[in-house]
Design a protein around this ligand. Sequence first.
Ligand SMILES: Nc1nc2c(c(=O)[nH]1)N[C@H]1C(S)=C(S)[C@@H](COP(=O)(O)OP(=O)(O)OC[C@H]3O[C@@H](n4cnc5c(=O)[nH]c(N)nc54)[C@H](O)[C@@H]3O)O[C@H]1N2
Ligand SMILES: Nc1nc2c(c(=O)[nH]1)N[C@H]1C(S)=C(S)[C@@H](COP(=O)(O)OP(=O)(O)OC[C@H]3O[C@@H](n4cnc5c(=O)[nH]c(N)nc54)[C@H](O)[C@@H]3O)O[C@H]1N2
Ligand code: SF4
Ligand SMILES: [Mo]
Length: 697
Amino acid sequence: MAAERHFRACPLCEAICGLEITHEAGRPTAIRGDRQDPFSRGHICPKGNALIDLDADPDRLRRPLRRRGDEWEEVSWDEAVQEAGERLATVQRTYGADAVAAYLGNPNVHHFGHSAYVPALLRQLCTRNVYSASSVDQWPHQLIAWAMYGHQFLIPLPDVDRTDWMLMLGANPVASNGSLMTAPGIARRLEQLVRRGRLVVVDPRRSETALIASEHVAIQPGTDVWLLLGLLAALRLEGPARLAAYEGRLKGFAEALAATAGVSVDDAGRRCGVAGSVIERLARELYGAQRASVYGRMGLSTQEHGSLCQWLLQLIGLYTGNIDREGGVLPCEPALPMTGPGTARGHRGRFHSRVRGLAEFSGELPVAALAEEIATPGAGQIRGLFTCAGNPVLSTPAGSRLAGLLGDLEYFVAVDIYVNETTRHAHLILPPASPLTQYHYDAVFSTLAVRRVARLNTPLRPVAPDERADWQIVNGLCASHAAAQGKSFTPLPEPRAMIAAALARGPDRLPIEALQDAPHGLDLGPLEPSLLRRLQTESGHIECAPSFLIEALLHLRARAPVAVPVGELRLIGRRHLRSNNSWMHNAPRLVKGKPRHQLEVHPSDLAIRGIADGARARLRSDVGTIEVDVQATDTVLPGVVCLPHGFGHTGPGLRMARASRVEGASYNDLTDPLRVDGPSGNAALNGTPVYLEPLAG
Ligand SMILES: Nc1nc2c(c(=O)[nH]1)N[C@H]1C(S)=C(S)[C@@H](COP(=O)(O)OP(=O)(O)OC[C@H]3O[C@@H](n4cnc5c(=O)[nH]c(N)nc54)[C@H](O)[C@@H]3O)O[C@H]1N2
Ligand SMILES: Nc1nc2c(c(=O)[nH]1)N[C@H]1C(S)=C(S)[C@@H](COP(=O)(O)OP(=O)(O)OC[C@H]3O[C@@H](n4cnc5c(=O)[nH]c(N)nc54)[C@H](O)[C@@H]3O)O[C@H]1N2
Ligand code: SF4
Ligand SMILES: [Mo]
């Protein structure tokens, strides 16, 4: 059979690299980076190649499975979709609408057939119990964008290709390929920045990105808020705020600065473990740079002060005049609009979680509250669950506790492609056909891209007769759930029509045919200042001093510093190029070679505890205990230990042959659902207090 070529964007991470897929009758045989993609220019990482494994994985489900005790039986699509809608409706009829919860995982945003269709199902379920991976990830970013700029997706992005000086906190794009900064081939872009200017990486670990940076500043986990306060103090000494560009559009800037005042640089430095002289020098460089950008990611958002950090970063950006400026930080205005009229701006605190009273954000509750909402009896208790492309057992705090509760649910339906740590508890699994059979447009990642780009991904092969596309499954669930309530439902049109309609509403009025004719994607040019024109706050101004942030800051400042208890360590995470959260360990191409699950520990911390390099040891938190293989390294600060998340493919009932042989335990068996970022409710996964002990002890 003759080999053919197909071009599409990789669906496996935010970098959306163009892929050149060689295939025989729609089955990929080789994949490489698409050199003609104007954005990624041939870049590819090991995961791009592993798409071959993921597409052909024999463990990947293709037909619905219904669980009978420990056994699974295949059911027809019609019967399965009918059953799921009816059973969810029955739970809601018996206990009320909130008794059914939904959890949406990360891959939702990578598939148009999920992201554009699931909202209709959520509207129909009409439950307050909606959760997603966003609240173990980037809620602080969305919250601050909403509070200051009026829309949760008006997120200023570092203009990485044109900036001269960049401060990067809590991000490791050389391993993660970049996040809230879609920039394929980010390592090369950063190397170019280092050649023309400076990149300063702030991280408790000498990460892969720190290694290529101009400077690595080691910081104590969870203390960045003090570094940022110190930087603001030092900037004041450098000179006045450069606000001319925001003339007449700033509200509360003086008030916000006043709330940060009175922290001395040395005080701030003591709180975060960075010398005052370093903070002063960084402020001088930042203030003096032609074009500077400030960027913080997971290490900053999944910690106890995530929202304060994101807010202070914006204030620093404004102070130095770098917000909404070429070479600074500015939002992308994509061809398919995610902001503006008719889009979900966001809201906060319209209702609260039943048990702990955590505020909703944009109609969702923090996933740190999910387990307690299932476990706690009373009106509104969760008794039914719908998950879509999520693995909360490995990915959310106290995952093993959650796993113990999933089995008690009256009904649990998962839209997922594997029987994994979460879905093995489901009554029914509905597996969508491969993304390679679908039209797809990266609505989210072209909103977060460091250039304006547009691409229509077209199917490589049709959906097999016994398979269903994601959007068909969701449409079907809406229909059967509506019918069970005696309501009607008009199915949403197929993805290509939805994409075409959305593009027609966009600033470029791009006809879908233009994209169909451009298989490598279109480059629509660099980022341009647009924030002031696009502000969606009620005042029409940049809201610099939202009261809930001022309060949170004053609260923090009133707290006396707490000494770290003897023996306590701080746990932080890491990502490896060959992983993606919890779900790619079944791809042989990604798990071959040396193990990557070890706990990194500073040699001095091993010596004190009498633990040898390479030994097995016990890692304990207030929430749980796991066994780890330790690895001595001075890449982490003393007092800090580092473990990747997404491991722990153990326990009965998994149907992932390769993943089950991958060593390593789950980070989230240690994380505490009570540790959240106050303003957003986002889980504080980094900085978890832990104790390391020899196994025999
Ligand atoms: N300790 C710790 N925990 C973390 C993090 C951390 O850094 N440290 N990171 C957090 C972050 S940033 C995120 S985004 C979350 C992720 O949290 P989740 O999204 O809950 O977890 P994933 O591991 O990404 O699981 C993805 C699920 O989607 C399924 N899947 C894959 N492809 C498809 C598809 O095409 N369709 C469908 N329907 N299903 C599919 C997989 O089988 C898997 O069940 O984890 C968070 N958890
Ligand atoms: N290979 C791979 N790529 C991925 C993923 C994956 O699992 N594997 N997941 C994808 C997803 S869903 C996301 S959201 C992105 C995330 O992408 P990134 O935001 O780049 O996430 P990480 O690689 O976890 O980098 C976080 C860094 O923060 C540091 N850190 C921890 N605590 C602190 C702290 O208190 N302060 C500071 N300053 N730093 C701290 C950690 O040491 C780490 O280097 O990656 C995406 N890409
Ligand atoms: S960096 Fe790797 S996983 Fe991410 S889009 Fe590119 S090829 Fe895919
Ligand atoms: Mo994420």
